[in-house]
Design a protein around this ligand. Structure first.
Ligand code: NAP
Length: 259
């Protein structure tokens, strides 16, 4: 299927690794022109080269921290009129709720709620005026079923989800859609660093935790960034214009609800 994305401009945040990189690769394969960003320059440039080599797409890079106002201004300066915005940033640390002081909460809310909201605020009016916009927020299944050791994520992402539910319905008439893509367990650096933190606390080995979580999943495996990216590309497609305000769970069936 041709997703109708040839020549569309896409900002993909936090895209040097993991799920953001998967989204960038899939959008590039569909013919979109990319701005990818992350803090670390080396991995970012390596990823840009890999995407260009695999797809022939135009890929610009920006080394910045997207959770800062300066980082966001630089991203919008580098690509002022995006057709597609993939919001993403590193997730908050794992731990016990007693560990998290006010600063920790402000950090999580800034990275995983305020940052995507500020970027949406900056791009939505232009998308509406041009009669095409696709925004995908990478969140987490923690908004559907809280993960005990990821309370910062449970809280901050729920705030974003509530805001998106309202905004999505205000902009879809102008062919601007906003959806959240909710990853369950995907084999990325983030997953492994979360297991490392849990292993330090529980005394189990990181590998034991990794294997146990895998076997607990109905699919008996972790998701791949490439699978995630393909879903993102479809949500950004021309065909997905009537699909908005939704929370799309991608987790191998781990969420046990009927609906
Ligand atoms: P990852 O493999 O660790 O990749 C994170 C990417 O984000 C890297 O490119 C990193 O590059 C970039 N990044 C982090 N903080 C940034 C910042 N402040 N500004 C710009 N770029 C930043 O992580 P992932 O697994 O893809 O996770 C992506 C998101 O999905 C996270 O919020 C995570 O919590 C969430 N999630 C992941 C899973 C999973 O199983 N993997 C499940 C649920 C939710 P630099 O470090 O160089 O900036």
């Amino acid at each position: 299927m041709d997703l109708g994305l040839k020549g569309r401009k896409a900002i993909v945040c936090a895209a040097s690794k993991g799920l953001g990189k998967g989204c960038a690769m899939s959008l590039a394969r569909e013919g979109a022109e990319l701005l990818i960003l992350a803090r670390g320059r080396d991995a970012l440039e390596a990823t840009a080269a890999e995407i260009r080599g695999a797809t022939g797409a135009r890929v610009a890079t920006l080394a910045c921290d997207i959770t800062t106002a300066e980082g966001r201004a630089a991203a919008l300066g580098a690509m002022p009129e995006p057709d597609i915005l993939v919001n993403n940033a590193g997730g908050p640390p794992a731990g016990d709720f007693r560990d998290w002081d006010e600063a920790a909460w402000h950090g999580a809310v800034n990275a995983n709620m305020v940052t995507p909201i500020m970027l949406m605020r900056a791009v939505v009016d232009g998308m509406m005026a041009r009669r095409f916009g696709r925004i995908v927020n990478i969140t987490s299944t923690s908004v559907k079923a809280p993960i005990p050791h990821l309370g910062l994520s449970n809280g901050a992402r729920a705030g974003l989800t509530g805001f998106v539910a309202g905004l999505a319905r205000q902009v879809v008439h102008a062919n601007v859609t906003i959806n959240n893509l909710l990853p369950g367990p995907f084999d990325t650096d983030r997953l492994r660093s979360t297991f490392a933190a849990l292993a330090r606390k529980s005394g189990e080995s990181e590998q034991e935790l990794f294997e146990k979580r895998k076997q607990d999943n109905p699919a008996k495996r972790y998701g791949t960034a490439a699978e995630f990216g393909e879903f993102c590309a479809f949500l950004c497609s021309a065909q997905a214009s009537y699909y908005t305000g939704q929370n799309v769970v991608l987790d191998g069936g781990a969420y046990p609800g009927t609906l």
